[in-house]
Design a protein around this ligand. Structure first.
Ligand code: AMP
Length: 114
C-alpha cells in the first residue's frame, strides 16, 4: 500500500481538525461533512481496507469502535443516536485506502442509504 492522506495526517504533515487521539487511534473531522458531526476514526497503523483486516487486528478494530462510541457519549449525542460506517473498496465508496470509521450525527440519518 502506498502512503495515504491519512498517514500524512497521522504524522502531522498535513493539518486536520483532530478531536481525539490515543496510542492506537486518531480521530479528526471530515473535510466534507455529511452531517453536523462527521468524524473519522483511523488506526495509526496503516491497514488499507476492511478486507485487509486479519484476526490479529481484532483488538485494533475494537478500539476504533470503542473510540467512536466513547466520543459520542462524551459529546452528548449517544442517546439521540448516530451512525458508524466503514466503506470498503470501490463499490463501497472507499476513496482513502487507510481504513477508517465514519461517525455521523447531529441530524436524522436516512436508511437505507443511497
Ligand atoms: P471514504 O470515501 O470512506 O474513503 O472516506 C474518505 C473521507 O475522507 C471522505 O469523507 C472525505 O471527505 C475525507 N477527507 C478527504 N480528505 C480529507 C482531509 N484532508 N481531512 C479530513 N477528511 C478528509
Amino acid at each position: 500500500m502506498g502512503d495515504t492522506l491519512f498517514a500524512k495526517i497521522i504524522r502531522r504533515e498535513i493539518p486536520a481538525d483532530i478531536v481525539f487521539e490515543d496510542a492506537h487511534v486518531l480521530a479528526f473531522r471530515d473535510i466534507h461533512p455529511q452531517a453536523p458531526v462527521h468524524v473519522l476514526f483511523v488506526p495509526k497503523r496503516p491497514i488499507a481496507t476492511l478486507d485487509d483486516l486479519q484476526p490479529g487486528d481484532a483488538e485494533l478494530a475494537g478500539r476504533l469502535l470503542l473510540a467512536a462510541a466513547d466520543y459520542a457519549r462524551r459529546e452528548g449525542f449517544a442517546e439521540a443516536g448516530y451512525r458508524t460506517v466503514i466503506n470498503c473498496n470501490q463499490d463501497g465508496g472507499q476513496t482513502v485506502y487507510h481504513i477508517h470509521l465514519h461517525l455521523l450525527a447531529g441530524r436524522a440519518l436516512h436508511w437505507p442509504p443511497g
